[in-house]
Ligand binder design. Structure first.
Ligand SMILES: Nc1ncnc2c1ncn2[C@@H]1O[C@H](COP(=O)(O)OP(=O)(O)OP(=O)(O)O)[C@@H](O)[C@H]1O
Ligand SMILES: [Mg+2]
Length: 259
């Protein structure tokens, strides 16, 4: 099981949108996908509610049950085919922030290993916009991290912190690979966005993903309706679908997921 985290301590930059679309895309490819919503806001849980397993994300900061996480197993009759299993955000999740970093890392790490035993090909973890214990535990357990960013000054200001955090975690989790930053909610007609994108590319030439997602209301429509943007029947959704599919393709290839 390969594990990817979407992370950026700045809020509203497209972490959840990216994560949910990766989940739909990978699921459609026939993969077994687990989504863990570590954000108490529960946005990914809202969009993916049809895929709820009943397992709450807070449980992944406790002891692994003797029999493993059987809640995430396919229902009788589903066979072993592709599946998307949501481990949803719950109110108790906020208590994880009170754990010591070492405890959270050990407990969450053991639970990710137990989840892998359920036969998932990929595990996608959505995180809250804070540099807290939850985000750290996710980064310690992950193989890949992806940072959606907005091409606005506050977002760019915060990215240095994110890059430093990832570098620090890599000292203890050497397998963690930073896939890079993906500009989201980009308005190509906005000169400020164009300028910021050029500046980022100059400052972080190796960290910019060669894909962007435009500012497109069809994406917000999709997230509200619990479907990927390619299921939205509007002409305007076509461009958004193309961009999101291209990003998913890039991430899929980089993650070298095997079934
Ligand atoms: N490409 C896009 N075009 C237009 N709106 C978008 C796009 N991506 C996301 N949005 C909208 O922008 C808002 C923030 O996006 P999203 O929830 O994905 O960001 P986030 O980084 O997960 O936020 P948070 O830090 O609060 O978890 C949402 O209301 C979403 O519907
Ligand atoms: Mg989010």
């Amino acid at each position: 099981m390969k594990t990817l985290v979407t992370a950026n301590q700045k809020g509203g930059v497209g972490k959840t949108s990216t994560l949910v679309h990766l989940a739909f895309d990978f699921f459609e490819r026939g993969l077994r996908v687990a989504v863990i919503d570590l954000d108490p806001q529960g946005n990914a849980s809202y969009t993916l509610k049809d895929f709820a397993t009943g397992l709450h994300a807070s449980k992944l900061f406790g002891a692994v049950p003797a029999g493993g996480w059987t809640e995430t197993a396919p229902a009788a009759g589903d066979g072993q085919a592709a599946r998307l299993a949501l481990i949803e955000s719950d109110p108790v999740l906020a208590n994880a922030e009170r754990l010591s970093l070492d405890d959270a890392r050990e407990l969450f790490g053991a639970n990710i290993k137990a989840l892998a035993k359920q036969g998932f090909d990929v595990c996608l973890i959505d995180t809250a916009p804070t540099l807290g214990v939850g985000l750290a535990a996710a980064l310690f357990a992950a193989d890949y991290v992806l940072s959606p960013i907005e091409l606005e000054a506050y977002s760019i200001q915060g990215i240095k912190k994110m890059v430093t955090t990832i570098a620090n975690v890599r000292q203890k989790n050497a397998k963690l690979q930073f896939l890079g930053m993906v500009p989201s909610k980009v308005d190509a007609r906005n000169p400020r966005h164009v300028r910021h994108q050029a500046e980022l590319l100059a400052a972080y030439p190796k960290m910019m993903i060669p894909a962007t997602v435009g500012l497109r209301s069809s994406i917000a429509d999709a997230l509200a309706s619990g479907v990927p943007v390619w299921k939205i029947k509007k002409t305007a959704a076509r461009k958004a679908s193309k961009e999101v599919r291209a990003l998913a393709d890039y991430v899929f290839t980089k993650m070298e997921i095997s079934q």
